[in-house]
Design a protein. Sequence first.
Length: 94
Amino acid sequence: MAEDGSSGLLLDSAKNGLIVFAPMTSLHNLIVNGKEETTTAASVLELLQAKQVDPHMVSVEYNGEILDRGVFPSTHLKSGDKIEFLYYMGGGTV
């Protein structure tokens, strides 16, 4: 078997001389809230979903920049990214 890194597919020529394509899952080593994590999430939105975090209840800092919620699905993760989930709470003294 040989990995085709450009397409993210696994090539398997062992089955009857045919090439079979199967999707591969990429692992990303990230820093999430200051802790090293490995994930298969491909985007910020997928990472939030994997952690069961409602995207409407959190702000996300991605490599030092606050993201607009609208770009969560299109912000692709790669190893070495630093992600911070920022939660806002109301309160104060009366």
